[in-house]
Design a protein around this ligand. Structure first.
Ligand SMILES: NC(=O)c1ccc[n+]([C@@H]2O[C@H](COP(=O)([O-])OP(=O)(O)OC[C@H]3O[C@@H](n4cnc5c(N)ncnc54)[C@H](OP(=O)(O)O)[C@@H]3O)[C@@H](O)[C@H]2O)c1
Length: 331
């Protein structure tokens, strides 16, 4: 009796250890996917480079030796980018003709210089902070146009150049600037979260479709970084722009959000060493990660520590309610 229960115990232990080592081997094998290195002086394209994360990454990659095409929407920003030694291109990611012209310009550069396009970084972003009940559908479509359809189209149109780079034996990388809002959706941030969740699906699909061509796809999902972005969000919820119903049903939420946004400014990462490092790693490393989580979600709480936990909460439906309660308490 005693020896049979010892045997059962041993079988269970061996089985558990077997599963553990199998999982560990799988995690190690898949986490460290090696990709061809990119040409160290290759060309890189970044959208939304007029300010913040995009501008900083453009300067950083240029300092690493890359030829950076810094894309912006306005002529005056193009001049500003020229003044700091970057190569501006006009791209409004919602306007197909501007993307087409940029593709032509980069193609001309690649053909005449012999320098390959090695990476595109989809950074352009837009936001709104309204309850889903009241948000204007035109605004929803505009935010989706920039954050989702724009990134999808820019990637589609530059892929042939990246594929040429790979076919010539070089490395090619695509980077999407997502957000922690792509794994957790907070009240009044629904539209922005919807777009960044969509971007997660887009990056996952592109990564799986392009792996066979040797093109790496990474997401850089920052938490709070001090850029113009917070102000752009705050501008959408100015007291005088709120409708009567918004004030009536969500007035307290807006007031609370304003306090939260002011507090975030006090602990958010300064622009933009943390994102520069993550973006450069996604472009340069032989082992690019699928996702990077730079910056902090709360004072001294790095995003990379809490995000795996939040992502794993999504596996079980019963934990939705737990997460809802935590968000209600925190919000
Ligand atoms: N800051 C944060 O805490 C944070 C956190 C997570 C994720 N992110 C993401 O980081 C990215 C960059 O944001 P940021 O913080 O650096 O803010 P930012 O300084 O406001 O940069 C946003 C950029 O997107 C550009 N843009 C907006 N609409 C565009 C369009 N239709 N076509 C082309 N470009 C357009 C803006 O250009 P204009 O100057 O012409 O408007 C600007 O260059 C965004 O995708 C954002 O979602 C930021």
């Amino acid at each position: 009796m005693c020896s049979s229960s010892r045997l059962t115990g041993k079988i269970i232990l061996d089985f558990t250890l077997g599963i553990f080592f199998l999982l560990l081997a799988l995690i190690l094998a898949t986490s460290f996917s090696k990709f061809p290195l990119v040409h160290p002086n290759g060309a890189v394209l970044i959208t939304g480079a007029s300010s913040g994360i995009g501008l900083s990454a453009a300067k950083h990659l240029q300092s690493q030796g890359f030829h950076v095409f810094a894309a912006c929407r306005k002529e005056k920003d193009a001049q500003k980018l020229t003044n700091v030694g970057l190569n501006p291109l006009i791209i409004d990611v919602t306007k197909e003709s501007t993307i087409d012209e940029a593709v032509l310009a980069v193609t001309r550069y690649v053909k005449t210089s012999g320098i390959p396009l090695v990476s595109i970084i989809n950074n352009a972003g837009s936001t709104t902070k309204k309850p889903l009940e009241t948000v204007d559908m035109r605004v929803v479509r505009q935010v989706f146009d920039v954050n989702v359809f724009g990134a999808l189209e820019v990637t589609q149109k530059f892929l042939p150049l990246l594929r040429e780079t790979v076919e010539a034996g070089g490395g090619a990388r695509i980077v999407f600037i997502g957000s922690v809002s792509g794994i957790i959706s907070l009240p009044l941030n629904g539209v922005y979260s919807m777009t960044k969740y969509s971007m997660e699906a887009m990056a996952d699909t592109y990564r799986r479709e392009l792996h066979k061509f040797g093109i790496s796809v990474s997401m850089v999902n920052p938490a709070y970084v001090n850029t113009n972005f917070r102000q752009r969000g705050a501008d959408t919820v100015k007291e005088d722009s709120l409708t009567l119903n918004e004030k009536r049903f969500y007035g307290k939420d807006f007031a609370h959000l304003e306090k939260k946004m002011n507090k975030r400014a006090t602990f958010a990462a300064t622009c933009c060493d943390v994102t520069d490092t993550a973006i450069a790693n996604a472009v340069i490393s032989a082992y690019p990660k699928t996702r990077y989580y730079p910056a902090v979600v709360a004072p001294h709480v790095p995003a990379w520590i809490v995000t795996p936990l939040i992502r794993s909460f999504g596996i079980f439906t019963m934990t939705d309610r737990i997460l809802d309660s935590i968000i209600r308490m925190a919000f």
